[in-house]
Design a binder for this molecule. Structure first.
Ligand code: NAD
Length: 546
């Protein structure tokens, strides 16, 4: 294998089985320069989320996988392979733990110290579990949330509605596209002109404007004509939101996806340019932090005012409320969290973010599966709209992949179908079936997925650990447990799983088990917490009978 860090493609394999080869390809795909944010630093996404601890570990992982037997299990600790043991052919080929600290020491400070000693790495969510597939993953999460809002508040569409949001970064850029996909109009405030240029070039936004008045006028005209339009507005979120309130502009939906989780290098305080911020944060830290506190408070207050005047308001997982609260704004949490409000009802039914990756490297394999999904799930308009739109708008880079939110029984069904397609030769090579970590039983995160649980179990982290152990018992090819994800060290515990569908009968059995227990646990976790919808869904579960 060459030193170039890209996934092999095609029918020839360098490992002892397709199951192991599939995991090797996923690993190399995560650090492929076309997929990873910074391949040379092994950063996959999300600031510092990595797939391997260092370059020596990369070579060691490749070597270990190429020499792994089909009845052995490889152990990976924070991105470094540390040994392998004989287990069973049906056991996971990899068990993986990253960024986990003893709870009382689970702080960023301790973690940074361990990183500087070379003892750990930050795994983000799908970075350490080698299931990252680029912007498509976050795009579908945002699409589902906008779809849920449309279903719940606006007759299943955002046509004629205006969304005010901010941040056109790696994840935030999915916002205007998702609103467009549901027929709505968006105004996205972004401080960086370069980011706006990039988003215009990729067609994520349609037009750039410099004044709020112009943005509002264009938005209202498009909304009246029931036409989608994505407007990028240059400016600072804290200032622009207050300005909108001053002129009496109340959008239908308000949120924000600036990098408020990172007050050191991410969020830009009001009153300074990007260039001034870069200087100030080095030269006058105290003044810079004072500006940040002021800005966050006014930002959060403005959002709460929109809600008081009738807008639908939610925080989009960037830790804004907590930061504003710590900055001294006591009502900062008068904003609902996106996960508890819009995703939890889906978790209660076992609906969640499935994804499949073509190990052949051939996009045709994904398009063939798309055709089956369009036929098999034609009753689900959201799935149809998603597949058709994403086929047109999203191009593949690295291994071709598709993400798709599916219901409880549908996940088992698609797993079976894909494995049969591999078996019959309809697909040119095996497929990896995996998912995001942001799921019903797989993420304990009190500021996101498990915020305000009905029974108060927000900080209980038994669930993702149980999920990982159950997936390992059920036959997943790789199982991961991690700490931190998108909310930072100490703020979440989560788990990942992957099964390689290689067309064998054994893979069929593994898929049947894993794709039942994984979403099934989401239903059980929410039924246990007292959610009526989940209690009703319990009837669907396989609980000891087959
Ligand atoms: P990013 O750092 O790539 O982008 C942030 C953008 O915000 C940048 O373009 C920056 O120029 C802009 N910005 C910063 N301060 C601003 C200000 N005051 N006014 C206007 N623009 C400003 O981050 P990202 O990957 O896009 O993620 C954004 C945030 O959303 C992060 O906090 C991330 O953790 C969170 N996030 C949440 C979820 C989720 O829960 N659904 C998913 C992904 C990301």
């Amino acid at each position: 294998m060459s030193n170039v860090l890209v996934s092999p493609i095609g029918p020839d394999i360098s490992c002892q089985s397709w199951e192991i080869e599939g995991l090797l390809r996923l690993f190399l795909n995560s650090i492929d320069p076309r997929v990873a944010e910074s391949s040379k630093d092994l950063i996959v996404y999300g600031g510092r989320g990595k797939a391997a601890r260092n370059h020596d570990a990369v070579q060691a992982i490749i070597h270990e996988l190429q020499t792994l037997s089909t009845d052995e299990t490889l152990l990976i600790q924070s991105g470094k392979p540390i040994g392998k043991f004989r287990t069973f052919e049906r056991s996971p080929r990899i068990v993986n733990a990253s960024s986990i600290l003893v709870p009382a020491w689970s702080t960023d400070e301790h973690f940074r110290e361990l990183i500087s000693k070379g003892l750990m790495m930050y795994g983000q969510s799908t970075a350490a579990s080698w299931a990252y597939i680029g912007v498509q993953g976050v795009l579908q999460g945002t699409f589902e949330i906008m779809g849920e809002i449309a279903d719940r508040h606006f007759d299943h569409t955002l046509r004629g509605k205006i969304v005010l949001t901010s941040g056109l970064g790696g994840m935030g850029a999915a916002q205007p596209l998702s609103v467009t996909m549901h027929g709505g109009v968006s105004i996205v405030v972004e401080i960086s002109e370069d980011k706006i240029k990039q988003r215009l070039k990729n067609n994520y936004c349609d037009i750039k404007v410099d004044s709020l008045q112009e943005a509002v006028q264009l938005a209202q005209e498009a909304a009246s004509a029931k036409k989608p339009l994505a407007i990028a507005l240059v400016g600072n979120v804290s200032e622009r939101y207050r300005e909108a309130l001053e002129i009496g502009f109340i959008p239908d939906i308000v949120t924000d996806q600036t990098s408020a989780h990172d007050l050191h290098n991410g969020y830009i305080p009001s009153g300074v340019t990007l260039e001034q911020a870069a200087v100030l944060r080095k030269k006058n830290k105290t003044h810079y932090h004072h500006l940040i506190k002021e800005s966050l408070t006014l930002h959060d207050k403005a959002m709460v005012s929109f809600k008081e005047q009738g807008a639908i308001l939610f925080e989009y997982g960037n830790n804004l409320r907590n930061q504003a609260y710590n900055a001294g704004f006591k009502d900062a949490f008068n904003i609902q969290g996106f996960a508890s409000e819009y995703l939890r009802p889906l978790y209660c039914e076992g609906r969640g973010p499935c994804r499949w990756i073509a190990l052949s490297g051939d996009p045709e394999d994904i398009y063939r599966i798309d055709d089956i999904v369009l036929e098999e799930f034609k009753h689900d308009q959201r799935v149809i709209r998603w597949i058709k739109y994403v086929q047109e708008k999203i191009y593949f880079y690295g291994l071709p992949a598709r993400t798709c939110w599916l219901n409880y029984e549908e996940r088992e069904r698609i797993g079976f179908i894909i494995n049969e397609m591999v078996k019959s030769g309809e697909l040119s090579a095996p497929i990896a079936i995996t998912r995001d970590h942001s799921e019903g039983s797989t993420m304990a995160a009190p500021y996101r997925e498990t915020e305000k649980m009905f029974d108060g179990s927000d900080i209980v982290a038994d669930w993702p650990i149980l999920n990982a152990m159950l997936n390992a018992s059920a036959g997943a090819s790789m199982v991961s447990i991690q700490n931190g994800g998108g909310v930072g060290v100490g703020n979440s515990v989560h788990s990942g799983m992957t099964v390689i569908a290689d067309g064998s009968d054994e893979a069929s059995e593994r898929l049947r088990n894993v794709l039942v227990v994984d979403p099934g646990m989401s239903i059980i976790r929410h039924a246990d917490a007292g959610y009526e919808q989940a209690e009703k869904s319990l009837d669907k579960l396989y609980m000891g009978k087959r």
